[in-house]
Design a protein around this ligand. Structure first.
Ligand SMILES: Nc1nc2c(ncn2[C@@H]2O[C@H](COP(=O)(O)OP(=O)(O)OP(=O)(O)O)[C@@H](O)[C@H]2O)c(=O)[nH]1
Ligand SMILES: [Mg+2]
Length: 300
């Protein structure tokens, strides 16, 4: 009988380097939301990839950054805790960075502590000339004994197959941990919350996006008069200031309408059912420091 291989791998890196974009490229599906704003990812999110002789479970993690709130500290902790639970690590950096900054130094320190198989993945090579990479590679090679160094462009799907091949070389023998049909561990509720957050993050500017979180109040399937299935979904966008609430609602409700429209379109595609989406906005000033709320971003 042919051998089967499987394993868990964490994707770690500073915020905004493209970890979630890489997760989606590896999965060939949209599993995690991605935006051009830092600190987008707030949970360790799994994507399950099935190959003929292997199953690889990738775990996307929140980006490492200098925390300003308890939420920020929790996000960093979640990322570093994930490192301990995996068989291998993809350490993601940006091709256009010149130096090893404090965030990457901290990550290298944690990698040395956990002593895992680490692949250095250099993302966003579409932004540079490949010859410029040599210096960066040299700097990182002095810091850690990586099992491989792979340049990629997650957004252009470049280098992804090479990366998977490299991972397959180090996968231990093991069973398929998840059903072939499963592509993520997120619940439908989480996927809906994240979709709304992505649309809000994309449309909002400056400090407003960092201060929001989404809560689903209601999600119920029913039949329309025409006997068609439809989901009624009600969700609240929480923000940290009254002025932010005004911005999120927008003139005559125009911003909230836009967020709702984009989110509804994507949710409908995702669950292949019509959706009636109602959004509310509420202020909860200090939620980023409240244990009751930020515990949902801790590793389970
Ligand atoms: N040019 C270029 N941009 C990329 C590439 N990969 C990701 N990006 C962009 O980088 C930004 C951040 O991407 P994310 O995938 O959200 O980054 P992340 O590391 O998950 O960020 P956090 O969740 O905040 O830690 C987005 O605007 C992406 O479109 C790439 O290969 N090339
Ligand atoms: Mg992310």
């Amino acid at each position: 009988m042919q051998q089967f291989y499987s394993g868990f791998g964490a994707i770690i890196g500073r915020t905004n380097v493209g970890k979630s974009t890489l997760l989606n490229a590896l999965a060939g599906e949209k599993v995690a939301i991605t935006t051009n704003k830092p600190q987008t990812t707030r949970n360790a999110i799994k994507a399950i990839i099935n190959r003929p002789n292997s199953q690889i479970i990738f775990i996307d993690t929140p980006g490492i950054h200098k925390p300003k709130t308890k939420l920020g500290e929790t996000l960093n902790e979640t990322a570093f805790e994930t490192l301990k639970q995996v068989d291998f690590v993809l350490f993601l950096i940006e091709a256009n960075s010149k130096e090893i900054g404090p965030g990457d130094k901290k990550i290298l320190e944690k990698l040395r502590e956990t002593n895992k198989n680490v692949i250095l993945v250099i993302n966003k090579i579409d932004l540079i000339k490949t010859s410029d990479l040599l210096e960066l590679i040299d700097k990182y090679q002095r810091e850690y004994d990586f099992i491989a160094i792979i340049p990629i462009s997650a957004i252009q799907n470049e280098g992804i197959e090479e990366l998977i091949k490299e991972i397959e070389k180090i996968l231990p023998q093991g069973p398929a941990y998840y059903d072939k049909e499963e592509y993520t561990d997120q619940t439908m509720r989480q996927l809906v919350e994240e979709t709304i957050r992505e649309k809000a993050l994309n449309l909002l500017q400056e400090e407003v996006p960092h201060g929001i979180y989404i809560e689903i109040e209601k999600m119920k399937k029913r039949k329309t008069k025409e006997n068609e299935p439809i989901y009624d979904i009600e969700a609240t966008i929480y923000c940290v200031r009254n002025s932010h609430k005004g911005i999120i609602i927008g003139k005559n409700g125009s911003m909230l309408k836009k967020i709702g429209m984009y989110a509804r379109e994507e949710i409908e595609k995702m669950i292949e059912t019509k959706v009636n989406l109602k959004l509310w906005v509420k202020v909860q000033e200090n939620w980023q420091n409240e244990d009751r709320i930020i515990k949902r971003f801790k590793l389970k």
